[in-house]
Design a protein around this ligand. Structure first.
Ligand SMILES: NC(=O)c1ccc[n+]([C@@H]2O[C@H](COP(=O)([O-])OP(=O)(O)OC[C@H]3O[C@@H](n4cnc5c(N)ncnc54)[C@H](OP(=O)(O)O)[C@@H]3O)[C@@H](O)[C@H]2O)c1
Length: 229
C-alpha cells in the first residue's frame, strides 16, 4: 500500500503519472491542482484518487491537503513536486512580475509543499522534484528560457540541499530532470518540435522511481533525456 501526493495533475506528465499509479489497487493518489480534477484515466484502474483544489495565484494553498490527510488518516509515502510553469520570452522583455511568478511557482511553492507535508509523511519516504535538463549546469541552453532554466536549476540545488538537511528524517529527496516529453509545456518552449518520449512513457519510469528510488538515491538529480532538446 502506498499513498502518493502529486502536484499539477490536470494534464501532461502529472496527469499521466496519476493514471500510471492508479493502475495498482494498492495505491492511493492525491492530486493537487489549480484546475478542475483531472479527467478519468483510460483502462482498468484499481487505485483510489483524491483531489485537492489549490488555486494557482494563492499563497496558502496547502490547508486543504492537510485537512484531507488528517480526516482520512493518510500518511503519504511519496511527494512528487511536478507542477511547474514555462516562460518563453527574450530576457529583456521579462517583467518583474513574471520573474517573481516563475520563481514562486517553480521554486517557492515546491519548497513550501515540502515544509507543510514532511511532518505528515511516512518514514521511509521519498520526495521527487521535477526539474529540467535546462536547469542542469553545463547543459545546452535555449534563447527565451532564461528564467525557466534558472528556476529549475534552483529547484535542483534545493533538492541537493534539502537531502542534506533532511538526511536524519527518514525521507530522501531526489530530482528528475526530464529532457523533451511531449506535453503542452514542450510545445510552448519549442513550438512544432516532436519529442520522442510521450507523457505516458515518461510516467511509467517516474512512477517506478517515485516508489523505489529512495532506496538507492538521496540528494541526486537524474537527467532523463534521449534528445537535446
Ligand atoms: N514536457 C517536457 O518536456 C518537460 C521537460 C523538462 C521539465 N518538465 C517539467 O515537468 C513538469 C510537468 O510539465 P508538463 O510538461 O507536464 O507540462 P504541462 O502539461 O504544461 O503541465 C504543467 C502542470 O503544472 C501546473 N501548472 C501550470 N501553471 C501553473 C502555475 N502557474 N502554478 C501552479 N501550477 C501550475 C498545471 O497543473 P494544474 O493546472 O493541475 O495545477 C499543469 O498540469 C513541470 O515541472 C515541467 O517544468 C517538462
Amino acid at each position: 500500500m502506498a499513498t502518493i501526493v502529486i502536484s499539477g495533475v490536470s494534464k501532461g506528465i502529472g496527469y499521466a503519472l496519476v493514471c500510471e499509479l492508479l493502475k495498482s489497487a494498492d495505491h492511493t493518489v492525491i492530486g493537487i491542482s489549480g484546475s478542475a480534477a483531472p479527467p478519468f484515466c483510460d483502462g482498468e484502474h484499481g487505485g483510489q484518487y483524491k483531489h485537492v483544489h489549490a488555486p494557482h495565484g494563492e499563497k496558502d494553498v496547502f490547508s486543504g491537503l492537510e485537512n484531507l490527510l488528517d480526516d482520512e488518516g493518510l500518511m503519504p509515502d511519496a511527494l512528487v513536486n511536478n507542477a511547474g510553469m514555462m516562460l518563453n520570452k527574450p530576457w529583456n522583455e521579462i517583467t518583474q512580475a513574471e520573474a517573481e511568478r516563475i520563481f514562486q511557482v517553480n521554486v517557492i511553492r515546491p519548497f513550501m509543499l515540502i515544509r507543510r507535508l514532511l511532518p505528515r509523511m511516512a518514514k521511509p519516504g521519498h520526495i521527487v522534484n521535477i526539474t529540467s535538463m535546462g536547469g542542469v549546469m553545463g547543459s545546452v541552453k535555449f534563447p527565451g528560457l532564461s528564467l525557466y532554466s534558472a528556476s529549475k536549476e534552483a529547484l535542483s540545488v534545493l533538492t541537493e540541499a534539502l537531502a542534506e538537511e533532511l538526511k536524519e528524517s527518514g525521507v530522501h529527496v531526489n530530482g528528475i530532470a526530464p529532457g523533451a516529453v511531449q506535453t503542452e509545456m514542450l510545445q510552448e518552449a519549442f513550438p512544432g518540435y516532436k519529442a520522442p518520449v510521450s507523457a505516458q512513457e515518461f510516467a511509467r519510469f517516474l512512477a517506478h522511481f517515485t516508489l523505489t528510488g529512495h532506496t538507492l538515491f538521496n540528494g541526486k538529480v537524474l537527467p532523463v533525456a534521449v534528445t537535446t532538446p
